[in-house]
Ligand binder design. Structure first.
Ligand SMILES: NC(=O)c1ccc[n+]([C@@H]2O[C@H](COP(=O)([O-])OP(=O)(O)OC[C@H]3O[C@@H](n4cnc5c(N)ncnc54)[C@H](O)[C@@H]3O)[C@@H](O)[C@H]2O)c1
Length: 281
């Protein structure tokens, strides 16, 4: 691979992925809204660019073979907040990819595109869109954009519906956890798989209680290794009896399924607090 562009490179997942994506390319371009990122890698160039500006994104993707698209507003918010980075920004990525002859977009979609499906339904990659928030709705839009640009313009895409790439801090995460090493492996397989057309895959670790089915995406060769079962006892003991009238417990989207539209979902998750066993680990 000659040149790969990573958007959202200053974000939580993007900053972890920089060194992993850099290894897959001769020339690695990272981009975000900040002026600079620290510890630039030998084959890395950082470019400040705004996803909402089509001209900047067309310029950014010049000569690229692939774009790994992680830039977005990463939580539920008002429609107006989501519209720029997550909807117009997505259009700008696929349109700029097309104009530049970029072969593939590897996209950080989300479980929130299907978050209102009941959790006792073991959903596959063909589950119909059922967003839980404006944030999830924008992921549905981007997945449809990916499908459209494959059918009409020949740009390949893999949409990774990431469940929860964060510390395990609640019972839901015992099923939904995606470890950082598994995230890196997933992105590597999405970049290196020879052909994909338009594809969807769930971003989840090898959890005993993973609530989604990647069977139809097995050709991508994603074989996660980590398993959140090690945290199960502690998580369930801490949480006590779960309320079955709470959509947060009963739907794939977790707290995003329960909150009012426009309110933060991440605020419910207490993501920075490591549990006792993770602190020890
Ligand atoms: N963290 C998870 O568990 C999870 C789960 C599902 C999907 N995702 C998706 O993965 C991606 C990265 O998530 P994250 O947790 O690292 O979020 P994050 O908020 O830490 O990172 C997103 C990055 O996008 C950048 N960005 C926002 N608006 C931009 C704009 N207009 N132009 C350029 N850059 C812009 C931000 O500056 C930020 O650095 C997002 O698309 C998110 O929706 C994450």
């Amino acid at each position: 691979m000659k040149k790969i562009v990573l958007t959202g490179a200053a974000g939580r997942l993007g900053s972890y992925l920089r060194e992993h994506v850099a290894k897959l390319a001769d020339e690695f371009v990272s981009t975000d809204l900040v002026d600079n990122v620290e510890n630039i890698l030998p084959n890395e160039t950082y470019v400040k660019a705004d996803l909402t500006n089509l001209d900047e994104i067309v310029e950014l993707l010049k000569g690229a073979d692939m774009v790994v698209h992680f830039g977005a507003y990463g939580d539920e918010s008002t429609f107006e907040t989501i519209l720029g980075p997550n909807i117009i920004g997505a259009y700008n990525i696929w349109e700029a990819a097309y104009r530049n002859g970029v072969r593939r977009v590897v996209y950080a979609s989300s479980i929130h595109a299907v978050g209102m499906h009941p959790k006792n339904e073991f959903i596959g990659t063909d589950a119909p869109h059922r967003p839980d928030t404006f944030y999830g709705l924008a992921k549905c839009f981007s997945e449809d954009l990916a499908s459209l640009y494959w059918d009409k313009r020949g740009v390949e895409s893999i949409c990774m519906r990431i469940l929860s790439c964060a510390n395990v801090t609640n019972p839901r995460a015992v099923g939904s956890w995606l470890s950082y090493p598994d995230l890196a492996h997933l992105v590597e397989r999405c970049v290196t798989t020879p052909v994909c057309g338009f594809s969807i895959i769930y971003g989840v670790s090898n959890n005993d209680r993973a609530p989604v089915d990647n069977a139809k995406a097995s050709f991508i060769g994603y074989r996660p290794k980590d398993n959140a079962e090690q945290f199960a006892e502690e998580m369930f003991a801490q949480a006590g009896t779960l309320n079955t009238t709470d959509f947060g417990n009963m739907c794939h989207g977790g707290p995003f399924a329960a909150i009012e539209l426009g309110n933060s979902g991440l605020a419910q998750l207490n993501l920075n607090e490591k549990t006792a066993s993770q602190k020890e680990g």
